[in-house]
Ligand binder design. Structure first.
Ligand code: SF4
Length: 101
């Protein structure tokens, strides 16, 4: 059985409007998106870029910690970076004291 980014037990409206329906699921699950981004990831991301539900898909993958495959035009490594950045504390506002003391 092949995997697909749009074969899930949950039923969400956005999945029914996915541009990847009917596409080869293998391009959405390249063997590595870190060492060799490869043609598959590029093909998948090209499909995502014309997808009407890209944001919903990416947000779902981020919220659910999806750590495999291309979702919403992001690789697993990119989603990990987004999650790390979201967990970092906001930088402290610089004090503007207007002088010494
Ligand atoms: S953004 Fe990409 S992976 Fe997500 S539903 Fe659309 S085509 Fe599929």
């Amino acid at each position: 059985m092949t995997r697909s980014c749009c074969e899930h037990s949950e039923s969400d409206d956005w999945r029914e409007r996915a541009a990847c329906i009917g596409e080869d699921p293998e391009i959405f699950f390249p063997l590595s998106d870190v060492a060799a981004p490869g043609a598959e990831a590029s093909l998948a991301r090209a499909v995502c870029r014309r997808c009407a539900v890209l944001v919903a898909c990416r947000d779902w993958a981020l919220e659910h910690g999806e750590d495999d495959g291309i979702w919403g035009a992001t690789t697993a490594a990119q989603r990990r970076a987004i999650r790390r950045a979201a967990m970092e504390p906001a930088p402290q506002a610089r004090r503007h004291g207007g002088g010494a003391g």
